[in-house]
Design a binder for this molecule. Structure first.
Ligand code: FAQ
Length: 312
């Protein structure tokens, strides 16, 4: 069948909202876009384990420690589903990881900020997982089957993370003056980077238009950012905390909150590798890779032995 006809069939499927599956014909650009987005997403989950893992040994109680451990393990699981989904597009996981380790591949800007206090565990759960859910629930309807299906379980787990983060913030904000200050300080530091997670404005976004046409993205970056602000402001009110934005104001006419200008220079600086923790995060991932070499060797040796036994 000629390419024009294949492309026409592919476009018809997209128009009818029929899922594209790994063995289906797809345009090269669609495949590449998915590999880029899914692998960046997988890397974000794996690098995203680092800021919180930092607090597992310092959690204030056994209950908090158990929840933090479970959350970080969930994130490892999300990374694995996503690498698997990406491999269905014909790439090797080792190549994807090599691009992460060399600094060539991107991962979410948010994980390049430091976690300075226990309240940051609350703020990350509430804001970062909250932003992740806002972005990822529509991805459960993405046109590529393996990505959409992986997102279903990821979103369920992210919802638990968001709730447990909010509950940490609630406990701190109803606690002593010092605890309330810690919660406010964490909100001050995580608010703007959380808004940046949604990516550049629609006017600056390179990929949104095409990804929307293909049904990979269902909303634009600005639409999701606005939904997040609208959902989160009342939650901050309930905590008795103040969002660090003097321009934040309900706009009756639009039926949305207006919010202040995002520092896009900071965002582009962070995604170019110059954020506060970029180097630390990549060093930690490279160290984990090197120290895990014996596990990969043992697994390969076992697989070879099993294959030989089967062949004999
Ligand atoms: N950070 O044209 P667009 C999580 C890049 S998971 C870094 O708008 P697109 C779970 C973008 O890649 C968080 N880079 O791109 C968790 C592109 O670069 P390229 C991750 C960013 O793809 C919670 C360039 O800028 N979630 O949090 C960022 O249409 C708590 C132009 O941008 C996902 O990955 C950024 N924030 O839209 C774990 C969700 N934004 O490749 C632990 C899936 C943009 O041309 C604890 N991904 N860039 O060099 C998506 O929905 C999309 O890829 C966007 C970006 C919305 C992130």
């Amino acid at each position: 069948m000629d390419t024009a006809l294949l492309e026409q069939r592919f476009n018809e499927k997209i128009d009818r909202d029929v899922r594209i599956e790994p063995k289906d014909w797809m345009p090269d650009h669609y495949r590449k876009t998915l590999i880029r987005q899914i692998s960046q997403h997988a890397h974000s989950e794996i690098v995203g384990m680092l800021p919180e893992a930092n607090w597992i040994t310092r959690a204030p109680s056994l209950r908090r420690k158990a929840a933090a451990l479970a959350k970080v393990q969930d994130e490892a699981g999300h990374g694995l589903y996503l690498y698997s989904a990406c491999e269905t597009l014909g790439v090797e996981r080792d190549d994807l990881l090599s691009d992460l380790h060399s600094g060539k591949a991107k991962y979410s800007s948010i994980f390049n900020y430091p976690t300075l206090s226990w309240a940051d565990m609350g703020a990350i759960g509430w804001l970062v997982d909250g932003a992740a859910i806002m972005n990822q629930v529509p991805l459960c309807r993405a046109s590529y089957g393996p990505y959409a299906r992986a997102m279903v379980r990821v979103c369920k787990e992210e919802s638990f993370h968001q709730r447990q983060g909010y509950e940490i913030m609630l406990t701190l904000s109803k606690g002593s003056e010092v605890q309330k200050k810690m919660a406010q300080d964490a909100l001050n530091r995580w608010w703007w980077p959380s808004l940046m997670m949604f990516g550049p404005t629609d006017a600056e976004s390179k990929h949104t238009e095409q990804s929307m046409r293909w049904g990979i993205k269902r909303f634009t970056n600005d639409e999701l950012r606005q939904k997040f602000v609208d959902a989160t402001v009342p939650q901050a009110d309930l905590l008795g905390l103040t969002i660090p934005d003097k321009d934040l104001k309900w706009n009756e006419e639009r039926g949305h909150y207006d919010f202040g200008a995002i520092n896009w220079d900071e965002f582009f600086n962070v995604i170019s590798g110059n954020g506060p923790c970029n180097k630390q995060r990549l060093d930690a991932r490279n160290k984990a890779w090197e120290e895990g070499a014996w596990v990969r060797e043992a697994a390969n040796a076992y697989a070879e032995k099993k294959a030989k036994r089967k062949a004999a």
